[in-house]
Design a protein around this ligand. Sequence first.
Ligand code: ADP
Length: 462
Amino acid sequence: MSFTIIVFVLLWLFQILFFERFYSSTKLNDVDKTAASIIYSYENDPSTEFSSKLTSLALANDLCIEITDRYGRSIYSREYAGDCLIHGRENSTFSFIKMINDNNNETIWRKILNKRTNSYMLVYGCALGTPDRTEGFMLINATLEPVGSTVSIIKKQLMWITALLIIIAFFISLFVSRRISSPIDKITEGAESLAKGNFNTKFDGRGYLEAKKLADTLTYAEKELSKVDTLQRDLIANVSHDLRTPLTMLKAYAEMIRDLSGDNPVKRNEHLEIIINETDRLSLMVNDILDLSKLESGRQKLSPSEFEITAKLNEIIGRFKGISEKMGYHIHFTPDSEKTVCCDVVKIEQVIYNLINNAINYTGADKQVYVRQINQPGGVLIEVEDTGDGIEEDKIKLIFDKYYRSENHKREVVGTGLGLSIVKAVLKLHNYDFGVRSVLGKGSVFWFRISDPPAGRSPKQQ
Ligand code: ADP
């Protein structure tokens, strides 16, 4: 609406108010240019050429032109403007020449009402020759057409156009603003309902591309939020289940010691051992949660140091000796030649530990786990393979997500669904490649690659 009003104010100003002034100044300009061209031709062209030029200029511009000698006697005369002021009446030429003389032979401009035609005329006059020696005079008469009637026609037309366009602009703006604001209103309502925790809100952004994009983005945000919500609920369920089991055991065995086995050293030690193991499982879980939250908050910084990778792998595998022997698991280690690597030893230890732990937890009935160290140019590839059920293609993307645990994971497996998230966070922090190859029914190979430090800090090879 404002734009329409601005356009019309400008149109009114230029078409109505300034119309006459514009017309006069344009005419004045034209006459000025014609005069300059006549003077040029007068000074440079031979007289026959000058005469024909004068005729064509007078014709083309509807002008009357009079060129006199210095006594006011006519030399050239062209009359095309009709009832002009410089021809026709006696002495009219002389009166204008007098005006030029009175003006010190400077150019004169006069806008004069021609009483006979009742229209304004523009008279231009100047002296020819040099400032010291006047050779003659030139007078030009141009008719200023009466613009009043034209202006009044335009005024009427403009009034209609203005009224019409203001009405059209009003309806267009009403329509456009409704089309924009109604989807945005709906999206806002949806966002409010989403903020209240309703993850089933439909975001409908029909209409403009931007509104549609906003709706799509909010739908995406909703999906992500609902995922986090479900994951967190799952975590609480998992954690509370996994916490409850050892806690129940702790309580049961503590009671057993108090009531039954307190005096029987063999039984008591057995029960105490279980209590210690369960406490370890508990603290392992709590540590996992703390570690991941620290890693993800970015507060964990790397403290790289050099160490021998084969020895480290042997040491970590050694930690599983107890469980291997007790439960019949077998970890086969295929080392490559010893190599010094440089990374955060504690964190990489945790990665290797988590991978071997998972392999033991998810390996097949044959209870075999394979750990391989493969030296490569620029780094060391570590692979941990199991012979379990494998992981479905679409689940592979998810297993590194926080809190993800497959539906069919073994309940007796202690875990929070955080182990692989920690692996991912640590390896990403180190900028190491990692991944998993899995064949359903055959098993999975989890791998990562410890890169050599950049040149200059190259660890010594053995
Ligand atoms: P969890 O504590 O459940 O083991 P992880 O983050 O270590 O948590 O693993 C996430 C999920 O990835 C597991 O619940 C399991 O479904 C799957 N997974 C991890 N390692 C293996 C493996 N070696 N074989 C098959 N599935 C695995």
